[in-house]
Design a protein around this ligand. Structure first.
Ligand code: XLS
Ligand code: NI
Ligand code: NI
Length: 436
């Protein structure tokens, strides 16, 4: 039995909104019923392996600041210690899920064969962790962006051997995710993009990416994986321009390659804001196009234009996103994964707990606010009233194709139409949301 890694911290209790204890939940109460379902089952919170246990606190000007023994070197011994720390953390925090990249959990070596043995051993230990704690795998993914072989992309690399290497990595983690009972598999195209068009054949690269996604889908069906394949959009960073720019761009890509019924979206808050959207916009776009899958929850910095991956702390943003998610029937295989990291100066183990507690409380408050928005029904009825004309008469004649452009021109002229504008009532609605 290895000694505990977070010795001074016990299981995080729920103490309620009045509590002053930084190591307790004030709103996140797993068993509380919300619209007929447990809070935990609505939110399906996950902790990510990479930011919480692998990221050492580096920035462009300085090396790691955290003192976590398993981060000293990328060895199997440290991988096991890290796994031990991870499961201890999941249990103490009381989350139902976790997520990982292949490179987060074991040293991958320089060839596929070198990584195989390490991953196989780690998979056994992850299996033991899942069986012992009941914490489950929300999604697995392959790191196709850190190693220098991927500097010009994985699937979109000019070298087909790099494509093959990437395919081998994805097949391996997809199979591992399947065996571990994972509920989704995520593809984030970190380097699937370009830095300059002077050296880039965009059409060819997009076709390569389309082929890659089709191969992943084929493999999923071949091995019988029942989970969801997800693409995670991001507009930039590390490449100047990434092909999976935002939800709408990925949607067009999926339709072009005939994959719109096979792949859904993993939307990340900070990626939405980098693309110039609100998170709510991305969520609603996904719902409107039947692409809602899962969420990476974090936040950016309004003054900085990069992926700062801070923990979420905006109840209102969480509430609006959850309002739409719940109105659309809620999550199925997806969840809310904390793709977020503590700041470089937050070096105490306690900081890692406090960050997640704050994030989970933010989601919980958002959920409770969304519950009230739904029960009161004022927002929904306002929108329904606004479009009521489309449910009858002229509206349905237009939508069902019973009238052509000429018929409409005649009607507008004959009936001397003079449509009266109606207020959009934005301020009323904003004030209403603030009341929740
Ligand atoms: C990076 C991405 C990454 C994915 C998983 O910006 O968010 O963390 O979620 O590869
Ligand atoms: Ni992410
Ligand atoms: Ni990100």
């Amino acid at each position: 039995m290895t000694a505990p890694c977070f010795e001074k911290i016990g299981r995080i209790p729920f103490k309620g909104p009045e509590s002053d204890d930084p190591l307790a939940f004030r709103h996140y109460e797993p068993d509380r019923m919300v619209l007929g379902k447990r809070m935990e089952d609505h939110l399906r919170v996950a902790v990510c392996w990479w930011h919480s246990f692998c990221w050492p606190g580096v920035d462009m000007f300085g090396s790691g600041t955290f003192d976590r023994p398993w981060q000293a070197a990328d060895t199997m011994e440290n991988a096991k210690l890290k796994l031990h720390a991870a499961f201890e953390f999941f249990e103490k925090l009381g989350v139902p899920f976790f997520c990982f990249h292949d490179a987060d959990v074991a040293p991958l070596g320089e060839t596929i064969a070198e990584g195989d043995a390490n991953l196989a051993r780690i998979e056994e230990l992850i299996r033991d962790g899942i069986d012992r704690t009941g914490v489950k795998l929300l999604w697995g993914t392959a790191n196709l962006f850190s190693h220098r072989r991927y500097m010009a992309g994985g699937a979109t690399n000019p070298d087909p051997e790099v494509f093959a290497f990437a395919a081998a990595q994805v097949a391996r983690v997809l199979e591992m995710t399947h065996r571990l009972g994972g509920e989704n598999y995520v593809l984030w195209g970190g380097r699937e993009g370009y830095d300059t068009l002077l050296n880039t054949d965009m059409k060819r690269e997009l076709d390569q990416l389309g082929r890659f996604m089709s191969l992943v889908v084929e493999h999923k069906h071949r091995i019988g994986f029942k989970g969801t394949i997800l693409i995670e959009p991001k507009p930039m960073e590390p490449t100047k321009h990434q092909y999976d720019h935002d939800a709408a761009t990925v949607h067009a890509f999926l339709r072009k390659y005939g994959l719109e019924n096979e792949i859904k979206l993993n939307l990340e808050v900070n990626h939405a804001t980098l693309a110039g959207h609100s998170f709510e916009h991305e969520v609603v776009y996904a719902i409107a196009n039947d692409l809602m899958g899962s969420f990476d929850i974090n936040r950016g910095d309004p003054q900085n234009g990069w992926d700062t991956d801070q923990f979420p702390n905006d109840d209102r943003e969480a509430a609006l996103a959850l309002y739409h998610v719940l109105s659309a029937g809620g999550l199925t295989t997806g969840g809310f994964n904390f793709d977020a990291k503590v700041r470089r100066q937050s070096i105490d183990p306690e900081d890692l707990f406090i960050a997640h507690i704050g994030g989970m409380d933010t989601l919980a408050r958002g959920l409770l606010m969304a519950e009230r928005m739904i029960l009161e029904g004022k927002l929904a009825s306002h929108v329904a009233d606004r479009y009521a004309g489309w449910n009858e008469g002229l509206g349905t004649d237009i939508l069902d194709g019973r009238v052509g452009l000429g018929d409409l021109a005649k009607l507008a002229r004959d009936q001397n139409l003079k449509p009266e504008p109606r207020s959009g009532r934005q301020e009323y609605l904003e004030n209403l949301v603030n009341r929740y």
